[in-house]
Design a protein. Structure first.
Length: 164
C-alpha cells in the first residue's frame, strides 16, 4: 500500500519536481580512487565543492572553487563546462620514497600530505531527472613526507551526482 501512495505522490508532483532550480548536488567521483563530493552554488556561474574519500592509497579531504559556463548552447542547454582550483589534505600509506626521479623503498608508513588542485571538465544535466554526469581532469601538485612532492597531471575522473 505504501508503494501505491508513493507512485501516486510522484505522479501528481512529477512536473513540480523536475522544474526545480537546483543549488547543490552530491555524488561520487571515480578515477584513481573513490571520492564523495558535495557542491554548493553561491552564484549561477560559481560554486564551492567539498570532497573526501580514498585516493592513491590514502585518505584525502579538500575543497575547490569552480566557475561554470554554457557549452554548445545552440545544441543543448544542458551541457556546461567548468574549471577551478582548490586545496586538499590527508594521509597516504606507502612504501616508496621519491627524490626527483629516484625512487627508494622501505617499510610501509603513513605520511601526511598537502596539495594544490586544478579542475577542468564538462557536465551534462539530465532535464527530466535530478541527475548529472561529468568527465573532468584534475591536475594536482602534492607535498608529502614520503614522496617530497608529486605532480599528477592526468587524473581523469567520471562523476555521477544527484541534484537537490
Amino acid at each position: 500500500m505504501r508503494i501505491l501512495y508513493a507512485i501516486i505522490f510522484l505522479t501528481l508532483f512529477y512536473f513540480d519536481l523536475s522544474a526545480q532550480n537546483y543549488t547543490r548536488d552530491a555524488g561520487v567521483r571515480f578515477g584513481q580512487g573513490v571520492v564523495g563530493s558535495y557542491r554548493q552554488f553561491y552564484k549561477e556561474e560559481m560554486a564551492v565543492e567539498l570532497f573526501g574519500g580514498f585516493l592513491n592509497q590514502g585518505i584525502v579531504f579538500g575543497g575547490m572553487k569552480e566557475h561554470f559556463s554554457d557549452a554548445l548552447a545552440h545544441y543543448s542547454g544542458n551541457i556546461r563546462v567548468y574549471y577551478g582550483y582548490g586545496v586538499h589534505t590527508g594521509f597516504n600509506y606507502t612504501n616508496k620514497y621519491r627524490v626527483l626521479n629516484r625512487q627508494y623503498r622501505y617499510d610501509w608508513k603513513f605520511s601526511p600530505l598537502f596539495g594544490l588542485d586544478g579542475i577542468a571538465g564538462i557536465e551534462y544535466i539530465f532535464p527530466e531527472v535530478p541527475l548529472l554526469v561529468s568527465f573532468d581532469i584534475n591536475p594536482s601538485f602534492e607535498f608529502s613526507l614520503n614522496r617530497i612532492f608529486e605532480l599528477n597531471v592526468f587524473d581523469i575522473t567520471f562523476l555521477i551526482k544527484y541534484r537537490f
